[in-house]
Every structure is written in structure tokens, then in C-alpha cells.
Design a protein around this ligand. Structure first.
Ligand SMILES: [Fe+2]
Length: 325
């Protein structure tokens, strides 16, 4: 008797998608092709690389170098912009202080959000100024430029996602005109053991809470994604690409047609630097499953959700030490 083993589907290579047609506003045949590739990638991985995004290598090189300089500062200088100084979750988190999936993550990071002037601050809406390290003008300049570039790129990818879902290209854009995004610079040093208890990997398994994430990586890999065969798959470094993943808001909008993928960062053997940009809807966006993904066989899996309220709850859980909402 011959036993035929069912071949596992091939979920071992995260696709690379050329998004030039989106960037250049090309005609619909090419856009449809990009949309198809995004749909396959989202269904099979929840992750994809993009190339031909029109963001220069020199910008990324500068960005990585200013970030390395910042993390090389003495801890007392980094702590001057400690996240505990901010009511709106902006600033520096030292090694082993963020908590994911029941253990402390072995990374340090700085979080930035939509920058507003002091008199436009509204901490109940998570609005206000970022914390910038004193005397680090190149750091600030590179990151402010990165913010602008990522907002523009995020909108382009959002158009691609809309096409991939058979929606009009601009379907989501009205929800993104005051995009309540976040930008994080991260350093994952090797974990040569610490004295602290309950230290996990670089960052524990999780899905991204928001709409989509645009990840800039330096030269050291460490990110792993859980594929449909329930295996951890390395996300290699591919020069001059960004790695995109979809978050929980797309899952809700598409009523589980797309699902956010679990991922983690394992502690690397060399210093890893990365810059995830969390491209998000406006604070007051209400996310509900779209009609086209609901029918009598497929009822809505989610209630309408106010994105800003959800964000506050999510942050409260991650940074319980600083919250007095
Ligand atoms: Fe993530």
C-alpha cells in the first residue's frame, strides 16, 4: 500500500512586491496586478516586502547611523527622555521594561507619535509633543524626515491594500488624513544573560494592533513570523526593501478575510536596529466590518471599534506604570 503524504503548502518565502505602479500612479492593469500580489501575500503570510518604493538608500543609511549614535549614549542621557515623563506614551524605554506575552522584552526603544505643539496637546486623545534628545539635531532631522516619508508611503500601501480587497483605490484614505501613526526606533542587543528575571526574546510573540506596519531593518535579522504550517519563519534582510505587515484593524475591517500574523523578534547575536512605523487611521475612526465581507453565511465577527479608545487601552496594558487615565 502506498501512503500519499499530503504536501504542505509552500509558506516558506515571504514575497517581494514591486510597488512602482502604486508609487507612480500607473494605469489600472498594473495596479490590479499589484493588488493581486498583495492579496496573495496577505492571505498566505500577512507579510510582504516592497521594493521600488522611491525612498533613497542614503536616507536609510543616515537614519540607521543617527539611531546607533543615540543608543550608544550613556543610559543617564537616554533616560532624560524616558517614556515615564510623557502622558502620551512618547519617549525612551530601557532594556527589559516592556512586557509582551508574559515576559520582559530584551530591547530598548524610543517611541514617537503625531507631533503637535504644546497648546494643541490633548492627552486624552494621545496628542502632544514628542520627546527629543537634547543636542541630537541630526537624530531629530532624520526622524522627522522619516515620519513624512512613511506617512506618504503608508497612504500608497493603503491604496494597494484597498485594491487587493476589491475596494476603490481611495477607500481607506478618508480615515487616514490625520493618521494617528507611531514610529519606533529599536535596538536589540545580544542577550548575554541579564540578572533580571523573566527576560524573554527581543520581543515576544504578538500581532500588531493597528492598520499596517512598515519595517525598516538594518543588517541583522531577528524577526520571525508564524506561517500557516505553524512554523517560525525567518524574515531575512533584503536590501532596499521595507517589510510590511497587516495589523488587527485590517482584520476587523475585512471581517477576518485578512488576518494579522503572529510574529516575534529573537535576540540576535549582533546588535540589531530596526524602525517599525505603525501607519494608523485617524484617532476618531470607527472600524467596523465592511458590508462586502458580511453576508448571511458570514456574520460580522466584530463590533464597531473606536480606534483611539482602543489605542489607549492597548497602551495602558503595555505601560501600566505610567497611566493615570
Ligand atoms: Fe510587531
Amino acid at each position: 500500500m502506498v501512503i500519499v503524504l499530503k504536501k504542505k503548502e509552500n509558506f516558506d518565502k515571504i514575497p517581494i512586491i514591486d510597488i512602482a505602479p502604486l508609487i507612480n500612479n500607473e494605469n489600472s492593469i498594473y495596479l490590479d496586478e499589484v493588488g493581486r500580489k498583495i492579496r496573495d501575500a496577505c492571505k498566505n503570510f500577512g507579510f510582504f516586502y516592497i521594493k521600488n518604493h522611491n525612498i533613497s538608500k542614503s536616507h536609510i543609511d543616515i537614519l540607521i547611523s543617527v539611531i546607533q549614535n543615540f543608543f550608544n549614549l550613556p543610559i543617564k542621557d537616554k533616560n532624560k527622555i524616558h517614556i515615564n515623563n510623557s502622558k502620551i506614551f512618547r519617549g525612551y524605554t530601557p532594556l527589559g521594561e516592556e512586557y509582551t506575552d508574559n515576559s520582559y522584552d530584551w530591547h530598548e526603544c524610543v517611541d514617537f507619535g503625531l507631533e503637535t505643539k504644546k497648546n494643541d496637546s490633548n492627552y486624552k486623545k494621545l496628542l502632544g509633543p514628542n520627546q527629543w534628545p537634547e543636542g541630537q539635531t541630526a537624530f531629530r532631522k532624520a526622524l522627522e524626515r522619516h515620519w513624512d516619508l512613511m506617512i506618504r508611503l503608508g497612504k500608497k500601501i493603503t491604496q494597494g491594500l484597498a485594491i487587493s480587497l476589491d475596494l476603490s483605490k481611495d477607500h481607506f484614505l478618508p480615515f487616514m488624513d490625520k493618521s494617528h501613526s507611531y514610529m519606533r526606533v529599536s535596538h536589540y542587543p545580544p542577550n548575554n544573560n541579564s540578572n533580571k528575571k523573566n527576560i524573554g526574546e527581543g520581543i515576544g510573540p504578538h500581532i500588531d494592533y493597528g492598520f499596517l506596519t512598515i519595517l525598516t531593518q538594518d543588517k541583522i535579522e531577528g524577526l520571525q513570523i508564524k506561517n500557516h504550517n505553524d512554523e517560525w519563519l525567518n524574515a531575512p534582510i533584503i536590501p532596499e526593501t521595507f517589510l510590511i505587515n497587516i495589523g488587527h484593524m485590517i482584520q476587523r475591517w475585512s471581517n477576518d478575510y485578512y488576518k494579522a500574523t503572529v510574529h516575534r523578534v529573537i535576540s540576535p547575536s549582533n546588535n540589531r536596529y530596526s524602525i517599525p512605523f505603525f501607519f494608523e487611521p485617524n484617532f476618531d475612526t470607527v472600524v467596523s466590518p465592511l458590508d462586502k465581507f458580511c453576508n448571511k453565511h458570514n456574520s460580522p465577527s466584530y463590533k464597531p471599534l473606536h480606534f483611539g479608545d482602543y489605542l489607549i487601552d492597548t497602551f495602558k496594558n503595555s505601560y501600566s506604570s505610567i497611566v493615570d487615565y
